[in-house]
Each structure stands twice: as structure tokens, then as C-alpha cells.
Ligand binder design. Sequence first.
Ligand code: NAD
Length: 478
Amino acid sequence: MDYEKLCLFINGKFVSGGGRHEQPVLDPATGEVIGMLPHACREDLDEALSAAQAAFLLWSKVSPLKRSEILRRFAELARAQARRIGLQITLDQGKPLAEAMIEVTGASEHAEWHAEEGRRIYGRVVPARSPEVRTFVVREPVGVCAAFTPWNFPFSQALRKISAALASGCTLILKGPEDAPGGVMALARLFNEAGLPPGCLNLVWGVPAEISDYLIRSPIVRKVSFTGSVPVGKQLASLSALHMKPCTMELGGHAPVIIFPDADVERTAEMLSAFKFRNAGQVCVSPTRFFVHASIFEKFSGAFIARTRAIKVGPGTVEGTMMGPLANGRRPPHIAAIVDDARERGATLLAGGTRLPGRGNFFAPTVLADLPLDSRLMTEEPFGPVAALAPFEDTDEVIARSNALPYGLASYVFTNSARDAHRTAVGLQAGMVNINHFAMGLAELPFGGIRDSGFGREGGVETFDGYLTTKMVTHRHG
Ligand code: NAD
């Protein structure tokens, strides 16, 4: 096993030991300890803050061209080491190696795209009211950022925030996911190799609430970015507001998928079963509520269940595995409780439904139908391999049902009718609407939600909005 040495990365130095508290990191496929993760002490956090502050004074003045070179060099290194980094992700997060490698190469596109787009952060000249006046508007980096990223896509979630901060001239302190630190560790190592100056990126680990509380309160931090659950996002957004700091919140979802009678049933079932159980359903945009037109409900559920049952579950390191274990020991009991709640309330179990025997956090891909609207699965983000099927008759009614929860992240529609495509695109209250395919998370597209799913966007030209301030300069001469 070739697992990264786990360290803090502060002011360009990798540090561990020194009597710091250490947390075991487990392989979710076996439960075995694969590494020890050092927690940052108060002095480490203070050092990271001063390093990021000092580095900001220099990095904010570095030309966009130079910043772009470093981001592109990082992407080259990451692509060249995709297999090795992918293995880190599989070892501590559990997803199949092929999926982990796609995470690395796909995320590298974010570094490249931000490298290019960062060279196009333009201001503007505003026509003045008198010939002696010149008025212009410039966009400046907001300052030191604190970023908190989750364990489901450890490499890509961290890289999106790092790329946006660095390309806009900000520096950052990132607290990665303690459950799955290997891919994030690799990220710090590669940025160091790519020539990023010390202090621009600092990586810390610890008790999440303690670190976020300390960093967000620090007057050095000027921006907060978080990806994770809605309750934690609300806490961090409240704390940020108390200290008047802008934030980007990429939170949970409960994505509806609407399948109209004219959709290609077999193909839709095939696409959706692969998409639903990718990363064992631990994806904020994972489809959860499948609204299927009553006229094709039996046909679709038959095809979807057949494909779901054919999913090969196993360790992510084994060739041919289609779905790995859940990422940590908290997930299987959580998913089991959601399934039990559904069954107690009369739902029909169509596939899976239980934790798999033996070691590791394996859970069978699960499909349920006949769920009461107030069951946990129909109201709470499951964040796991569970799909709920429900029939619908009318387009307005299904749009209303889709919009009925407080979330508003991703949504999906399958139809060949231009009319239904248009009605759902307009009617669905979500940050992202995908019709007949899935194309979220691409570097050039804005990713993010509305309502309880958060605010701010990662990717697209919108990506820099959270990392820049606007300054107006008006100059009278003569
Ligand atoms: P959690 O809410 O405790 O943690 C989710 C992530 O947030 C973790 O990476 C954790 O380290 C971090 N976190 C938690 N409290 C924090 C705090 N006070 N300050 C800073 N970071 C903090 O839950 P969990 O058991 O790890 O994951 C379960 C839930 O998290 C899921 O149900 C899902 O809703 C959500 N989640 C969402 C995403 C996403 O991409 N939106 C990713 C991972 C987890």
C-alpha cells in the first residue's frame, strides 16, 4: 500500500509529530488503520494565518500570467500522477479506482480553466460627467480565505476552492476532510512542486468546528467557503455574517428527476442507475426523488431495478467494482435508519435495503417505492445509495412536488417533448437543471444551489465573484 504521509502544510513546510494529537484514518473497505493524521494546534493555526497574510501581500501583486503558469503546472503534474493520487482517494474514501482517477483528471481541468479565466478579470471605465474626470472600476482579490471541504470528492472539492482563490490573487487556509485526507495531501504536495510560493496555500486538520470557529473569527480571514451539509453551512454562514465576511456555501440537495412518458425508458434507466450509485450516492447532486410518469412507471422501475441489482459492490481497489463502500462508519447506520423509517411507514422495498455482511462499510444499492411524502427519505438528504420511485400524472403537479422541499441544487428531466423540457426548465427551482443528460461540475459551468442548498457559484465566470471586491476610483485632474 502506497498511502501519502499525512502532514499539515504551513508556510511551505510539511509538518507532523511534535506531540500533536493524531487521528487514525481508516480504509472504509476494511476498517483498517492506514495512516495517522496530525491535528493543528493553536500555534499551527496562528502560523498558517500569518503565513497566508504575508503571502497575500506578495501573491496579490503577482501577475495573472505567472499565477496561471503555476496552476497549469499543477494540472500537468496531477494528470501525470492521476493513478497514484486516485489510489489515495480509493484507499481512504472508498470509491472505485477508475472513478477516483476521473476525479483527479476532471478536477485538473478546473485548475487549467481558472488559470485561463484568471487572466480575464477585467474592470471597466465609466463615462464621466466632465472631461477632467476619469472614473474606473477595478476588481481586487478579497484577501485571505478560509476554506472547508468534504470527504465525498476530496481532491476535486478542495481544488475548486484553491483554484478560484489562487487565480484571483487570494491566499488560503484549507481544512480538508479528516475522514479522507490522502487526496488533499497530494494536492498540497503538487502545488509545492509546481512552485507555489510558501504561505499561499496552507493545509490544516483537526476538530472541524474548532478550526472553523477560530479561523472565521480571525480578523485576518476575509472570505469563507464551505462545502458540506445544510446545518453546518447555516452555522458557518451565521458566524461569517457576525464577522461581516462574505461566504460561498455549497450545501446539500435532494435532487428530483422527472421522467416523462416520451423518454427512452431503457436508456434513461441505464443512465440513471449509473449516475445514482456513482460514489455510492454520496454526491450532493445525486438524484433521490424519481418522479416517473404513471404510464411508464412499471416499465421504468423494472429496468432501473434490474440495473441496480447488477451493480457490483466491492472494494474500490478491485478491478470491475462498480460501487465501493460508504466513506465512513457514520454512513451505513444513517442509511439503514432512513430505509427502516420508510419500511415502517409502508414503503415497498424493490432492491437492496441492508448493510452487506462482513467488514467494511458496504451497503446494497437500494430502491424503494410507495413512500409517504413525510418519510425521511422523501424529505432529508440521504447522501447514500438510495433511490425513491414515485408515479406522477400531471406536469404542473410534478413540478410543484419537485419544488416542495427547502433544497434547490440539482434537478433532472428526461423528455423528448420541447414543451415539457421548457416548462420544467422554467418551473424547477434549482441552481442546475439537466435535461436528457448530466453536465454539471464542468469547469466552464456555474455549479451551486439556491434556497437551503446555499449561495455562490464554483466554476463558470461566476466563480471569481466570491473572491473579488469591487473598487471605484474617480480621478479629477486639471
Ligand atoms: P457533517 O455535516 O458533520 O460534515 C460534512 C463536512 O463538513 C465534513 O467534511 C466535515 O469535516 C465538515 N464539517 C462539519 N462540521 C464542520 C464545522 N463546524 N466547520 C467546518 N467544517 C465542518 O456530516 P458528515 O457525517 O461528515 O457528512 C454527512 C452529511 O454531510 C451528508 O448528509 C451531506 O448532507 C453532507 N455532505 C455534503 C457534501 C456536499 O458536497 N455538499 C459533501 C459531504 C457531506
